[in-house]
Ligand binder design. Structure first.
Ligand code: PLP
Length: 373
């Protein structure tokens, strides 16, 4: 029987069979012709990597077990013991924890770059500095980096630019086209999009860097399992239309919050008063994504009241699912920063982060209205 599934089946196998030594030689002699062992490559993880690579316009990609694994792989692709990296101060808490607590033990040093200083790196660059890690749209304050300018400055200083594109997705922004050397994702978020899989992906502009990323994935065991890959591929198919709905709903929610008397500030790049609004519009194809944060009174009881009353925004410290949720940066993603760092970044008691889903907009607005009342 000639079975022709329309969708790639789940190759839930850790290993593949060879008939004889000729097939083994074919595996090594013709890369991509056969599979050997799923940590080295599997049809499902390759399908995910190829799909993300295509969306990002890369020369090759690796699907990883998480977004953290993608960040780790990207840094290892360029750095070894004795090297130094620059990291945007506005960064996912896990990224700074990885750099501070783990990569430092491997002899890779880090300095943080305040947002205002991102395009003027000369004073921070050492002979051993290899790269800058930054996010297209930062978490949780939604600051938008000018990636073209950033890539120019990095290359002028002899650095590689590594961009965490999780919040923007390639639907809004394609960092490699703007000059970045590597772009990466927590696939857990928008790429998979349904809060049911933990995965990552890392994409290189140059083929030799993509090959190095694959090697790192295999040797450190960072690669993704077949089932998770399959789920992420399924989610990815609707990314473009999900982003449209996320962006549409979030713009309306941000406008509603900005007019609400209980809300002191709204951080959303789609609002005209956002400091990088024009850049975000140009760099995001007119869409601004589904993430925002806003400031209530700096009192724990006010935040707790809001969390307890909201029905459509459950407190679940992740983001980017089709169902809305909220998170609390001070207590979760940015918990490990010092109080001074938290204060400097504006991560205070009253700061709440919303991940606006694709539910009917009137239901989301009605829920926020009653939760803030
Ligand atoms: C969630 C997240 C990560 C980490 O991804 P995991 O899949 O949780 O390992 C990295 N960067 C950003 C911006 C994130 O939101």
């Amino acid at each position: 029987m000639d079975i022709k599934p329309k969708i790639t089946p789940i190759y839930q196998t850790s290993v593949f069979k060879f008939d004889d030594l000729n097939e083994l030689e074919q595996y090594f002699g013709e890369p991509g012709s056969r599979y050997l062992y799923s940590r080295n490559g599997n049809p499902n993880s390759d399908e995910l990597a190829a799909a993300v690579n295509k969306l990002e316009g890369g020369a090759g990609a690796v699907a990883t077990g998480s977004g953290m694994a993608a960040i780790f792989a990207a840094i290892l692709a360029y750095c070894q013991a004795g090297d130094h990296v620059l990291c945007a101060a506005d960064i996912y808490g896990g990224s700074s924890a990885l750099l501070n607590a783990e990569l430092s033990r491997m002899g890779i040093a880090v300095s943080y770059v305040p947002f205002e200083q991102l395009y003027d790196l000369a004073a921070l660059v050492r002979p051993t500095t290899r790269l800058l890690l930054a996010e297209t749209i930062s978490n949780p304050l939604l600051r938008v980096a000018d990636l073209r300018r950033l890539a120019e400055e990095c290359h002028l200083q002899g650095l590689k630019l590594v961009v965490d594109n999780t919040f923007a997705t390639p639907v809004l922004t394609r960092p490699l086209e703007l000059g970045a050397d590597i772009t990466l994702h927590s696939v857990t978020k928008y790429i998979a999009g349904h809060s049911d899989v933990t995965a990552g992906a890392v994409v290189a502009a140059a083929p030799e860097v993509a090959a190095r990323l694959r090697q790192i994935g295999v040797f450190y065991g960072l690669t993704l399992s077949p089932m998770e890959s399959w789920l992420a591929v399924r989610g990815l198919k609707t990314l473009r239309i999900r982003m449209r709905e996320h962006s549409h709903n979030a713009l309306a929610v941000a406008g509603f919050l900005a007019r609400h008397p209980r809300v002191r500030q709204v951080n959303y790049p789609g609002l005209a008063d956002h400091p990088q609004h024009a850049l975000a519009a140009a760099q995001g194809q007119g869409q601004f994504g589904g993430m925002m944060s806003f400031l209530l009174a700096d009192e724990t009881t006010v935040v707790n009241d809001f969390m307890q009353r909201s029905q459509r925004f459950p407190f679940a410290p992740s983001l980017a699912g089709v169902d809305s949720s909220l998170s609390y940066p001070l207590g979760t993603s940015h918990r490990s920063l010092t109080p001074e760092q938290q204060q400097a970044l504006g991560i205070t008691v009253g700061l709440v982060r919303l991940s606006v889903g694709i539910e009917p907009l009137d239901e989301l607005l009605a829920d926020l209205e009653q939760a803030l009342a």
